[in-house]
Design a protein around this ligand. Sequence first.
Ligand code: SAM
Length: 340
Amino acid sequence: MLQTKLRLPPLPSVRDLVKLYRLRAIKQLSQNFLLDERITDKFVRAAGNVRDHYVCEVGPGPGSITRSIVKKAPKKLIVVEKDSRFVPSLELLQESCKPYTDMHIEVGDILTYNLEHGLIGAQNVPWHYDTLSPIHLIGNLPFSISTALIIKWLEHISQKSSAWTYGRTPMTLTFQKEVGERMIANNNEKQRCRLSVMCQLWCNVEYKFTIPGTAFVPKPDVDVAVVTLVPLKKPLIDIAFKTVEKVVRAIFNTRQKYCIRGIERLFPEPKQEKLSKTLLLLSEVKPTARPFQLTNEEFVRICYAYKCLCDEHPHLEEYDFRMPKAMLEDYMKKFQSCNP
Ligand code: SAM
């Protein structure tokens, strides 16, 4: 039987490998390395039990979190790294964990990497089960892509696609501390924003702990949050992700104003006032509530009411208040001819 923590065959320390291969951090790739094993172990512990599971690590860099993952003996470990300079140090680790972990090194961009492909063979656990899928997404994410990546993954969660075709796949990721605080912010809290609502409609979000900026090499200007996101068995909403994103974005676009101001942006001029009022009546939301005061349930009701109005008014869903003027003219002709 395996011990709780495996001992890897002797390897040079990650710090020595960074020196040996002259791996100077590249700012454009948001490279800030964690070289303290106690912190990387704590980070991986936050992901829960990964033994015999499938793990995908985003941006392993020289491989310090990767080592902490490998010590937990996952069945398969896929690491996706954009910077090929890290391949030799990752290959050393790949060789040393061969007897018990099937480690794959993918050089590429996580924003375009086909996650599902690497996970073929993982067991499928139905979404309504209490048990999560045997897959974990882990990563000390590059700041430059962390928000874009989580929005992309939330969309996959809403579609039960990619890593979520296998069930409720949890994520343990880092974000700038302020971003982590926004992700968990409830209504009436000052950090409440679009990201809070988008994350909470589909996931249970937990702020696990803070890693001080001083723990990284080189030291970033901010502290870092370790956050876990576990998809909800039953998401709070069942509407296309892009529609929800559009509504939530429009409302938070006028963060300091009454929510009706943002809602008006969802509707073209001639029908703006009437449809905004109808939407608020349908959703039973006070027009004078500020966006940050709205609960998740109120956002859900607003989205359903918007969807209802779109079903009644042809072409309404295509309206985007940021449309260029030339496009807007054509759109208005189409909209008005169908919605006299
Ligand atoms: N995991 C390492 C650690 O904790 O020490 C490095 C973390 S560093 C914050 C982010 C890593 O992500 C870097 O190795 C960087 O090269 C990599 N990276 C940056 N953009 C990426 C992308 N689009 N796809 C995959 N990896 C990326």
